[in-house]
Write a protein that binds this ligand. Sequence first.
Ligand code: KIV
Length: 246
Amino acid sequence: MLTAYDATTARYMDTAGFPIILVGDSVGMTVLGYDSTLPVTMEDMLHHTQAVMRGVHAALVVADMPFLSFQVTRAQALVHAGRLLKQGGADAVKLEGGAIRAATVQHLVANGVPVMGHIGLTPQSVKAMGGYKVQGRSAVDADRLLDDALALTAAGIFSLVLEGMPADLASRITAAVDVPTIGIGAGPDCDGQVLVVHDLLGVETGNVTPRFVKRYAEVGAAMQEAFAAYKREVEGGQFPAAEHCY
Ligand code: KIV
């Protein structure tokens, strides 16, 4: 799985054969210039989900439920999840949180909304966690995360993102649940992996790049070079040349 926020990038991923594309609320930090995912709105998620859907033919598209779109009441959660499917065109939604969200997950699933869970380092709780910190390091916290995974599975999630936790804990959770786990900073034993597309491409967003990221390209550096070259050639009169003219 990879994140995408626009039609063109999603089309490349779909062509590469990705089974799942996530319209993450990381859009707030990668595209919209915020320093956390907290300001992201339902309207932002709908706008970017619709764009991704225009680029995708085969992949399953999962849309993130933004902060406070699912925490207040179950009824509100269903309305917001329903909008992501109905107006956004997404195939499923993802929401952050453990056992405390089980009743909401059950309500969404019972009403026809496929739900992906997300536990461990949950970025919407950055203020409660005191930063983007690895979770589940102590035995008590690890057991709590395992209980969270089991509660969400019992509530009906079809898949579970495990973020920012020790690899052996992710391995334990993966063995214990009967849905596929998708890891990000959670080691190699998850059933799948996910990265934020800007991190994988080497596009700097102004936020700290976590240690678990592997860069597969240096697109940010290529962009910077291309912008500088274009500016230089326009100012120097080399562009446009004869072949660019009518
Ligand atoms: O919003 C996002 O990009 C995510 C992934 C990091 C899993 O939730």
